[in-house]
Design a protein around this ligand. Structure first.
Ligand code: BG6
Length: 315
């Protein structure tokens, strides 16, 4: 029987196709992070249930981004800009950083990993900027999953740079038609399916009956995703990330994606903590920070009872 003393909180090993991955373990929960993309591909609760969706057709093969989990979109969200869709961070090999610059508060968690992405000379040809992108992924003792990004402009030519960003989280759900998202009611959104036209979300919580691709702007810091069938609620808390993208490709788009099963749209929903509407500009030496915290709680502990005052930790 495993005891707390023989549990290894952080393990580096080979994953699919020999790609390196980091396993984080807490009391009974776990998470997996591929260095390819700095990409979280698994988050399991204390019953060993997978909470993130990863397609059965996902290719763990550079340069194609892994379909599912938590892709990192940087320095461009979506297709608005000169770069490839969702930027390049999700298809670069990140490194483990053993001694990153400290966070303002002491981290008492044991199951965490610090990753770093810096441009190669070749990368600078596509995006002519020097940066340090530090990503800390932490599995808390209660099974919460925290991602903190710190992006610094290290240009030596005095030039600022501008970027958009998203944690493109794919939540695993029992049946999309049984899912409700709370926290985005009455919020304005840009509809990607209607030329990014601006609308205001009407009515109560959001439910799903067809394809959705919306960028909600200036949202509250807490969003709940209620899965009635599973009796599970995901709570997403975010800081430094004003927008939230909600995406489900539904049947037609699902069929058009080579790395996504035809019926898999029923079992996933992307709710993405993001900066899209107002890009971030950093001058040399400046750093931006964006954090998301995910918890999965039984639905009986419903959204009304969730503590809106809860403050995000700073590391
Ligand atoms: C969402 C976008 O964030 O990601 C959608 O809003 C896009 O427009 C989706 O289709 C998936 O993108 P990709 O590049 O991973 O297929």
């Amino acid at each position: 029987m495993s005891t707390t003393t023989d549990r290894v909180p952080v393990e580096v090993c080979k994953g699919i196709n020999g790609l390196e991955k980091v396993i984080l373990r807490e009391v009974r929960s776990s998470a997996e992070v591929y260095l390819y993309g700095g990409h979280v591909t698994s988050w399991k609760n204390d019953h060993g249930e997978e909470l993130l969706f990863v397609s059965s057709k996902a290719q763990f093969k550079p340069p194609k981004a892994i379909r599912g989990g938590i892709p990192i979109c940087f320095p461009q969200f979506g297709g608005q800009g000169n770069l490839e869709q969702h930027g390049f961070a999700r298809n670069k090999i990140w490194s483990i950083e053993s001694d990153p610059p400290p966070f303002p508060t002491v981290n008492s968690n044991k199951a965490f990993v610090d990753l770093i992405l810096k441009p190669t000379e070749d990368d600078i040809k596509t995006w002519p900027h020097s940066y340090e992108f530090r990503l800390r992924i932490t599995l808390g003792p209660g099974g919460d999953l925290m991602l903190t990004s710190r992006i610094r402009n290290t240009n030596t030519d005095g030039k600022p740079f501008t970027f958009t960003f998203a944690y493109h989280t794919y939540f695993s759900v029992s049946d999309i038609s049984e899912v409700r998202v709370e926290g985005l009611e009455t919020i304005d959104y840009l509809d990607n399916l209607q030329n990014r036209e601006r609308f205001t979300e009407q009515g109560d919580a959001i439910t799903f009956e067809g394809e959705v691709d919306k960028v909600y702007v200036s949202t509250p810091t807490k969003i709940a995703i209620l899965d009635h069938e599973k009796k599970r609620t995901f709570v997403l808390r975010k800081d430094g990330l004003p927008d939230a993208v909600v995406w489900n490709p539904w049947d037609k788009k699902a069929k058009a994606m080579a790395d996504f099963g035809d019926d898999e749209y029923k079992h996933m929903l992307c709710v993405e903590a993001a900066v899209v509407e107002k890009p971030i500009t950093l001058k040399p030496g400046e750093e931006w920070k964006g954090r998301q915290e995910l918890s999965a709680v039984p639905s009986s502990y419903c959204s009304g009872q969730l503590d809106p005052q809860r403050v995000l930790q700073t590391s």
